[in-house]
Design a binder for this molecule. Sequence first.
Ligand SMILES: NC(=O)c1ccc[n+]([C@@H]2O[C@H](COP(=O)([O-])OP(=O)(O)OC[C@H]3O[C@@H](n4cnc5c(N)ncnc54)[C@H](OP(=O)(O)O)[C@@H]3O)[C@@H](O)[C@H]2O)c1
Length: 341
Amino acid sequence: MKKIGLDVAVIGATGAVGEVFMRVAFERNFPIRNLRLLASSRSAGKQVKYGNEVLTVLETNEEALEGVDLVFCSASSEVSKVWGAWCREREIIMIDDGSAFRMDEDVPLVIPEVNGNDLDAHNWIISIPNCTTTPLVMALNAMQQVSSIKRVTAATYQAVSGTGAAAVQELIDQNSSLSQGSDISTPEAYPVQIAQNVLPHVDDFGEDGFTKEELKMRNETRKILHDYDLPFAATCVRVPVLYGHSEVVHVEFASEVSLVDLGNALSLQDGLVFDDDQTNYVTPLEAADCDDTFVSRLRFDPSVDNGVVFWCVSDNLRKGAATNAIQIAESLLQRGILSES
Ligand SMILES: NC(=O)c1ccc[n+]([C@@H]2O[C@H](COP(=O)([O-])OP(=O)(O)OC[C@H]3O[C@@H](n4cnc5c(N)ncnc54)[C@H](OP(=O)(O)O)[C@@H]3O)[C@@H](O)[C@H]2O)c1
């Protein structure tokens, strides 16, 4: 009997996100009939585990993609653009983890718990937000149920896994060299050493002195909340943490708010865990390998009218990438946009 499910291709299966994608898809029992693991020619022939199966990685090309029902892409913008165009021509949905299409008008940028309805207007490519945008917007979405948001500022503390598998290895190697008292090799993932350091520099520099990561956070937040003029400024910082992005967020509201009302709204947000004990907090180490976004240390910001500040943490590879992508696919199935055969 023919197995029901989807023929799925994962482009970037050997990367930091791709590896977590495989774990999350298996844990959530995502209905995969055939799984094609794709990467660059460098990885062709590599063996990768999916549950109890061992699958062989193939080079990404037309032959490897022929006949698929759904493509997940977690590689580079260049790769996304090539295979995104290919999918569109063939009316195959591609869920893209990268930034290539996020701001395109005809591409939904989706966190299912926040703006899942935007999926209905897809044009075959669907983007997931940047891994710092997703947890932030989940918290803002909850809070705007209490009062409309007038202004947001944020500072991030981002793990090296946000840069990819090579950056994870670089931090591990630098830590190891430093503990043995030997010189570290020339940094490649970042302009300078990341071990025992903090870099106020995530992605390239863009306009007005902001980095592209900071601009992504602003523009994506506005798009997902459909609030295109929202005053927003962020400073994104890379820290020597392996997994989990943290953020300090200041929010100003249009009217007076109570911490109880905000806390209740945060507690009602799907996918978010709020701790109302102001002396408790969740660290990135605790959030690693979890799908939830954690908000704690909510308090008034006495420097402005109607302002609060809070601490927010989530696993950048799970809710920041793989889990959100799979939840989008699950939502497409529930909405009948995608169907198993
Ligand atoms: N890391 C995060 O926290 C995070 C969060 C949200 C979104 N994202 C986005 O997800 C994407 C992947 O990030 P990552 O952190 O997983 O990066 P990564 O660890 O560097 O992995 C990159 C993947 O892309 C593959 N690749 C490279 N060139 C290719 C080509 N020409 N054709 C097909 N595959 C190719 C690599 O394969 P080889 O092994 O063969 O080189 C590898 O599997 C990026 O767009 C990133 O912005 C990342």
